[in-house]
Design a protein around this ligand. Structure first.
Ligand code: SF4
Length: 438
């Protein structure tokens, strides 16, 4: 008899990739994929713990799923991922009907745990949140959603321990997938029709395994036939060596875009966050990127309202944004996370209305910069990797340039997965509009 699973994914690309890993492990043991939670024998929520709002969304969803459990008590309901690791106690307390709580390093045991959870005589939730500093899921079967773009998790965990961040506590210590395993996965993806691979790691530029660093890994994946684009996220500023910059310049199929999280433009705050670099060092790195790789686009992550952030600190962040002129930025209000160094030692003392006001100013500044930068592309020719029909207007196609700029194309003689040359005819602050050239 068919047994089916439905996985709902919250949070980052790493979680999307982990859901594919969980599907693969379960499929290997005869499970099929259900079209919805209502039809499934097992429902798993793969969760994120980076912000409080993400966790509250999951509790909201669990509340909704209680009615499913009431109707069909035999359904196994599980919580996986970072929140499972961080809030195992609260999950079983607030949602006592949850059957299974499983952390990111325990997925190999998922099929056995699901079997055990189907035992209806059980009274307590099964909990497996053991972190394993060697687990990379090398050799695990991954059930990727077919498409043009896919992920390979090349590094798990993080050793940086930035004061505001929960990741090292919920994902454990940094470890890297062997390069030959990364290449084997990339080859398999190319033969399945994927044309773009994104290499994932919390600090992917610190990848190191068996004498090979991240520059070597990029070269090895670049040599895989059939892939048009290779991307990676997120590098860490301190690990971004000139050797890596120069390597990027010699690998044309690696996307011409670097996402380089800075978090703040204030050296005082960066020290407080234990980021390990100063604003000056970050600016120096940006100068080297612009010199060595002038055609590359840059994006970043910023936190506003970190404990103790003064108007001067915030002004330093604004100034850095004006000077660097990122293509785009992910900008967030600081949200205290229990268990982090900052939560234990630094009062969350920037009032919420100040955080909101600063965030609005930052977004307005970045919007203006993005608009100019995207506008500068009008009249230029770009190469677009076509993803498929645009969701907003299915008569048009959507794709991305090598610089990771979303581009809309009119219908034409091409298909998803093709590389198409296009002249940019219009731009907004987030999107280019192109005409296909011969
Ligand atoms: S580098 Fe810092 S912000 Fe990034 S995952 Fe590691 S601890 Fe978190």
């Amino acid at each position: 008899m068919d047994r089916s699973v439905f996985i709902e994914t919250y949070g980052c690309q790493m979680n999307e990739a982990d859901s594919e890993l969980m599907f693969g492990l379960l499929r290997h043991r005869g499970w099929t994929v259900a079209g919805s939670a209502d039809e499934a024998d097992v429902v798993l929520l793969n969760t994120c713990a980076v912000r409080e709002r993400a966790e509250e969304r999951v509790f909201g969803r669990l509340g909704w799923l209680k009615s499913l459990k009431d109707r069909r008590p035999e359904v196994v309901l599980g919580v996986a991922g970072c929140m499972a690791e961080r809030m195992r106690g609260q999950i079983v307390e607030r949602a006592p009907y949850v059957d299974l709580v499983i952390g990111p390093d325990a997925y190999r045991r998922l099929p056995d745990l699901v079997d055990a959870a189907q035992d209806t005589d059980r009274t307590d939730a099964l909990i497996d949140v053991r972190l394993d500093k060697r687990e990379t899921y090398a050799d695990a079967e991954i059930d990727r959603v077919p498409g043009i773009s896919g992920w390979i998790t090349v590094q798990r965990g993080c050793d940086k321990f930035c004061t505001f961040c929960i990741v090292p506590f919920v994902r454990g210590r940094e470890r890297s997938l062997p390069p030959e395993e990364v290449v084997a996965q990339a080859q398999a993806m190319a033969s399945e029709g994927f044309r773009e691979v994104t290499l994932l790691g919390q600090t992917v530029s610190s990848y190191y395994e068996r004498g090979h660093d991240f520059a070597d890994l990029l070269s090895a994946v670049h040599a895989v036939e059939g892939l048009h684009r290779i991307r990676y996220t997120s590098p860490y500023p301190n690990d971004f060596s000139d050797r890596l910059l120069e390597r990027l310049g010699s690998l044309p199929r690696v996307g011409r875009h670097i996402h380089l999280p800075v978090q703040s433009g204030s050296t005082r705050l960066l020290r407080d966050m234990k980021r390990g670099y100063t604003a000056e060092a970050y600016r120096g790195l940006i100068d080297r990127v612009r010199r060595i790789l002038p055609a590359f686009a840059l994006s970043t992550d910023i936190i506003v309202g970190y404990p103790g952030e003064t108007e001067d600190d915030f002004e330093a962040t604004l100034q850095l944004m004006r000077d660097v002129r990122f293509d785009s930025a992910f900008m967030f209000r600081y949200s205290e996370r229990d268990g982090t160094h900052a939560a234990r030692n630094k009062p969350d003392d920037v009032p919420d209305e100040v955080k909101r006001e600063r965030l609005q100013r930052l977004i307005a500044l970045q919007e203006g910069i993005s608009k100019v930068r995207y506008g500068e592309m009008v009249g230029r020719t770009v190469e677009v990797l076509v993803q498929g029909p645009s969701r907003r207007d299915p008569s048009r196609f959507i794709g991305r340039t090598s610089c990771f700029r979303t581009t809309i194309l009119p219908e034409g003689d091409f298909a998803p997965g093709d590389l198409v040359r296009a002249r940019v005819v219009a731009a907004t602050s987030h999107t280019l509009f192109g005409e296909v050239t011969a």
